[in-house]
Write a protein that binds this ligand. Structure first.
Ligand code: GDP
Ligand code: IMO
Ligand code: MG
Length: 466
């Protein structure tokens, strides 16, 4: 599928919304066509990511290891990542023996280590934020990147130094002092003890891996005429600078992050493949213009558990006149529950102004549209085509989504009868109209459409519908 792309350039695979677009499945599919000389890299983020794939009937959630692990390609955790060593060891343990992935796995010596005290700092600082909380995944991501810019972080390459333990203890102590002085929180032994054991077991595991320079492996792969795929984590609207600040993660999730996240020139980065869901979801706090049920949904998803929602709404109606209930139906049909934290994902309609922005910023010339099957059963499907801000119609997203007081203008599409799977490899007319509208409006080709969570649940757009 990506054979037409320039082999001498990296192909970024980027989420165009707020994460959880189905990047894992997209990458796994593309990776299945790669050879042993090709390379899949992660260039940012850490175990805040949760990329789900189905392989041989079993589901896996990848957090640090790229989703293409079941293919043949080399896999690399790049310089721009933050790595929790215990989490990496645990995740590696879930991958079935026989995939020989350890011999294909390497880690950048520049990547930042997440310490147990980073995780504590993340949770305590979120609690202190109260109403202004971001809704972080609690994996210590922001404090780990903070230490990078404070120029005191421990990096993967440091684990071989004789004074590593001493530096670890010194940095942990600095974190504990911050917790005490800034947050008035006295660290107890039980706060970190389990994490510390995992950390040191993880360090032992890391020492057994190939620790290398991202720039070298990428350059060598490209100059050998092989492919490099950069697997994005999170999504464009979560980019630390160009996302919907401050409700963002702490890394550069956009295609621009591939260059700085791997230490390679921008000219090495080619056109991106953008992954988008047939609707929109968001986990955590922050504005969400097309959210079904608006503020009520935000608060509900912040405060409720999936089991409670299931009890209250055993069979939510996707065609209810009540948007809040429609949002719950969308969540239920799409199983929109966070793969890392188990939180309810907020749900809403597709948002064209956001996607225009994301496509432009990433130079996404090809798109993968996922989860179209989730809209089976909706008599009407809505798409936000424009925003109205202070009485003016616009397709540009404002500087601050939060304060802009956006009203959405919607176009309505008729749904289709039955399930997409009933159409054996084709799409019904109504679904095709929706896909064609998106392509035309977004100005990019949809190369395939997801029709279910498993590997074979896909319609190859230009094969089935020339
Ligand atoms: P990622 O973080 O972008 O990799 O996405 P997640 O794995 O967090 O969330 C996407 C969810 O949708 C996962 O549970 C996938 O198994 C599932 N999924 C992916 N593509 C499709 C699709 O086309 N249809 C359906 N029904 N589920 C899908
Ligand atoms: P994948 O790769 C969805 C969100 C969190 C929170 C904000 C900051 O699976 O798409 P952080 O822990 O990074 O400091 O949290 O970002 N977030 C994600 N939302 N998918 C993700 O990853 C996310 N990673 C972080 O919910 O709002
Ligand atoms: Mg995810």
């Amino acid at each position: 599928m990506i054979s037409s792309r320039n082999k001498s350039q990296i192909t970024p695979i980027i989420g165009l919304q707020w994460g959880d677009e189905g990047k894992g499945k997209g990458v796994a599919r593309i990776a299945s066509g790669l050879s042993t000389k090709d390379l899949i890299v992660r260039f940012q983020g850490g175990n805040n990511a949760g990329h789900t794939i189905y392989h041989k009937g079993k589901s896996y959630v990848f957090k640090l290891i790229p989703s293409g692990v079941f293919g043949k390609a080399q896999i690399h955790l790049g310089a721009g990542m933050v790595i929790n060593p215990g989490a990496l060891k645990e995740e590696a343990g879930f991958i079935p023996k026989g995939t020989s992935f350890l011999s294909r796995l390497s880690v950048s010596h520049h990547a930042i280590l997440t310490l147990p005290t980073h995780i504590l700092l993340d949770s305590i600082s979120e609690k202190k934020k109260g109403k202004r909380k971001i809704g972080s995944t609690g994996r210590g991501i922001s404090p780990s990147y903070t230490d990078l810019t404070l120029r005191r972080a421990l990096r993967v390459g440091d684990i071989f130094e004789p004074d590593f333990k001493k530096r670890y203890l010194a940095l942990s102590q600095e974190h504990k002092d911050t917790l005490q002085k800034v947050f008035n929180y006295k660290v107890r032994k039980e706060d970190t003890i389990g994490h510390e054991k995992d950390f040191w077991d993880g360090i032992k595991f890391l020492r057994s891996l190939a620790i290398i320079n991202s720039a070298e492996i990428v350059s060598e792969t490209l100059s050998g005429g092989h492919k490099v795929i950069a697997e994005g984590a999170q999504g464009t609207l979560l980019d630390v600078r160009f996302g919907n600040y401050p409700f963002v993660t702490s890394s550069h999730t956009i295609a621009g992050g591939v260059s700085t996240g791997l230490g390679i020139p921008p000219s090495f980065v080619g056109e991106a493949i953008g992954i988008l869901k047939a609707y929109t979801t968001k986990v955590g706090e922050g504005p969400f213009p097309t959210e079904l049920g608006g503020e009520k949904s935000r608060v509900w998803c912040r405060d409720r558990k999936f089991t409670y929602e299931k009890e209250k709404f055993s069979n939510p109606n996707p065609n209810s006149g009540n948007e809040f209930e429609q949002g719950i139906a969308l969540r239920r049909l799409g199983s929109e529950v966070g793969s890392v934290t188990g939180r309810l994902r907020r749900t809403g309609w597709m948002d064209i102004p956001l996607l225009h922005y994301a496509i432009k910023i990433n130079n996404a010339t090809e798109l993968v549209l996922t989860k179209l099957d989730v809209l089976n059963g909706f008599k009407e499907i809505k798409v936000c085509t424009d925003y109205i801000i202070r009485g003016k119609r616009t397709t540009e997203i404002p500087f601050d989504l939060y304060r802009a007081q956006i009203k959405c203008m919607y176009k309505t599409f008729p749904g289709w009868r039955g399930k997409l799977s009933d159409y054996s490899g084709k799409l019904p007319k109504e679904a095709m109209n929706y896909v064609k509208f998106l392509e035309k409006t977004l100005g990019a080709k949809i190369i395939y459409v997801g029709t279910g969570p498993e590997e074979h649940h896909v319609v190859e757009r230009y094969w089935s519908h020339p």
